[in-house]
Write a protein that binds this ligand. Structure first.
Ligand SMILES: Cc1cc2nc3c(=O)[nH]c(=O)nc-3n(C[C@H](O)[C@H](O)[C@H](O)COP(=O)(O)OP(=O)(O)OC[C@H]3O[C@@H](n4cnc5c(N)ncnc54)[C@H](O)[C@@H]3O)c2cc1C
Length: 312
């Protein structure tokens, strides 16, 4: 069911974005790495800043609920779906460009995947992004939550970020400091601004040495993580003074199941979809884990995965 606000916003958006990129009742299990979630009332792909600005302005004007998604690798969408408009970036937002005068500076569009960014940088002999090569998100999603792995975080490589305000106005470039990065956090989480691109500061190195480091981290990831099952990576944030996976294991929850969702046997920090899981199954596992870990350790785990139209 489409609300009146969504209907009005979509009518306006269709004056700017071709119908072929506006879908109704779009199943979100096709767009999330968990492979769960019901339909979004509308799903729009914006391919340049003008389209995005017009779409956001229409949404702000109509008051329709909306969400800008990246690659869907940190989202858990309700089985009932999402009653608003989901915007995804494509086209121009997938660009990547090395600065001609300053070759260690690379401008990457928000929709570009971390894996292809890493491949580009390796090919140009630019080091510093190896830590991020296996994170299955987009640059926008990674900047939004200061994604990190193997001792590196986006904040270590981001020099500046081009952003737009949530209402489609206010284009500007923010420096690293202004992004207020901290553990799995950036200023974008607070003010709803949209990340359009990021300028990454790398250092030059031997291509083969970079490729070898990427391969080593990829082998580590494959050995430790349940990469063959749908998931959203680490389900819970690292709590102060501990590791979520260790706390979950200590509470005896490895392999705990509800329906098709399970605390991974391979890495207890991951809830996986063993096949046919619903979002409700994943939530049931998450609720049980939080309760039992709290009973066992006194620590209340907070989700790292973003809950869309659902709650614990
Ligand atoms: C197998 C697996 C392994 C993972 N390993 C890691 C890991 O090692 N380290 C790690 O940090 N994460 C990891 N993750 C989680 C996930 O990949 C990261 O959180 C990633 O940064 C999410 O990016 P995304 O593009 O998929 O964003 P989405 O999941 O689509 O969105 C996440 C949030 O970002 C916001 N967002 C996305 N794009 C933009 C934008 N352009 N402007 C403003 N807001 C935006 C969305 O609104 C949403 O709130 C893993 C996930 C999986 C499935």
């Amino acid at each position: 069911m489409m609300t009146e606000e969504v209907r009005r916003a979509i009518e306006e958006i269709s004056g700017v974005i071709p119908e072929s990129r506006i879908r109704r009742d779009e199943p979100m299990d096709a767009h999330t790495s968990f492979r769960t979630g019901g339909p979004a009332a509308a799903f729009v792909v914006a391919e340049n800043e003008d389209e995005l600005s017009a779409a956001l302005s229409a949404l702000a004007g109509s008051g329709a609920e909306h969400l800008l998604m990246g690659n869907g690798s940190n989202l858990l969408v309700a089985d009932e779906g999402y009653p608003g408009v989901i915007i995804k970036l494509g086209g121009d937002f997938e660009s990547i460009e090395q600065d001609e005068e300053d070759p260690c500076l690379v401008r990457v569009g928000a929709a570009k995947l971390m894996s292809s960014t890493s491949a580009f940088l390796t090919g140009r002999g630019l080091a510093g992004f190896e830590f991020a090569s296996g994170i299955p998100g987009s640059i926008g999603g990674a900047v939004f939550m200061n994604a990190g792995a193997y001792g590196g975080e986006m904040k270590d490589v981001v020099e500046s970020v081009r952003v737009m305000d949530a209402d489609g106005t206010g284009l500007r470039e923010l420096g690293n400091e202004e992004m207020d990065f901290s553990y799995r956090h950036s200023a974008a989480e607070e003010n709803g601004m949209i990340i359009l691109s990021a300028a990454l500061r790398l250092r030059s190195d031997d291509r083969e040495a970079i490729a070898a480091r990427v391969a080593e981290l990829s082998a580590k990831r494959n050995a430790k993580q349940p990469v063959n099952f749908p998931s959203a990576g680490s389900t819970f944030k690292r709590p102060a003074g501990g590791y979520a996976a260790a706390l979950i294991e200590e509470a005896g929850l490895k392999g705990y199941r509800a329906g098709g969702a399970e605390v991974s046997e391979k890495h207890s920090g991951f809830v996986i979809n063993r096949g046919g899981a619903t979002t409700e199954d994943v939530l049931a596992v998450m609720r049980h884990v939080r309760e039992k870990v709290f009973e066992n350790s006194g620590i209340m785990l907070e989700p790292e995965v973003r809950l869309i139209n659902c709650s614990l």
